[in-house]
Ligand binder design. Sequence first.
Ligand SMILES: C[S@@+](CC[C@H](N)C(=O)[O-])C[C@H]1O[C@@H](n2cnc3c(N)ncnc32)[C@H](O)[C@@H]1O
Length: 270
Amino acid sequence: MNPNKALWEKGDFTEIAALMRESGEAIVKSLGITPSMKVLDLGCGDGTTAVPLARTGAEVVGIDIARNLVDAGNKRAKEAGLSRLKFQEGDACNLEGVHDHSFDLALSVFGAMFAPKPFDVAREMVRVTKPGGRVVMGNWIPNDPTSFVSQLLKISSSFTPPPPEGFISPMTWGVDTHIIERFGQAGIPKEKISMIKDTYYFIAPDKSPAQVIDSFRRFYGPTMNAFEAAQKNGKEEELHSQLLELAQAQNRSTIGTSIPATFLRVTVNV
Ligand SMILES: C[S@@+](CC[C@H](N)C(=O)[O-])C[C@H]1O[C@@H](n2cnc3c(N)ncnc32)[C@H](O)[C@@H]1O
């Protein structure tokens, strides 16, 4: 089994996505979508951005490597009566079957950054976008104390065995020089790439930070793996207390949880 696929099918990301819906809607509002547009949401999960994209009337295809999330997305689309929204299984490294220049916008919010071959991802996102269209990515930023998920993943990976040789950290998608190099190889000059810092919110009015961390522990593949490894070394409590400390320090709400998380928003004009 492809380890990238196995990682995301391991848990149930819908439980984490439930904390991210408001920001998913906000990012879609900021994109200037019109009903005549055709939009790809790559690494779409169960549709945090794909569902609000489709609510604008645009034709939307969500592609994700995890079968369970594709199924969950199609269920949400059906329940919402969104007939112009389809979810399908696919790999951001190789969008075989997707024609060149199919989309006005190829969006990926914390999705394609997790695919293992970043140069292939950049090439594929550019290939399937129409000339004059846009690629937009949301990427967590490494070593930024305000980028909640990057911090959570940093703590998690410090409890996990080292990755196989040649592994490229997803966090490199949060570094401008890598982004310019990757899209450069895909034929996009530096002047057509812009990057700004933006904020995503993890919101759960009915959950404490401890309960939010518990959700990551039970449902988020990378954190589940970290707890499994930590358990073998008797370090489960240490991992838990570091994650809890992070969530408590970043929480801005007095009732429940609201954690702002800085990310890099990348726009590529194709
Ligand atoms: C952090 S989740 C984000 C999901 C969604 N974009 C959201 O904002 O709720 C990462 C998603 O990327 C997907 N993913 C990881 N590697 C992928 C790949 N190679 N191709 C397509 N999707 C991938 C995962 O299955 C997962 O749904």
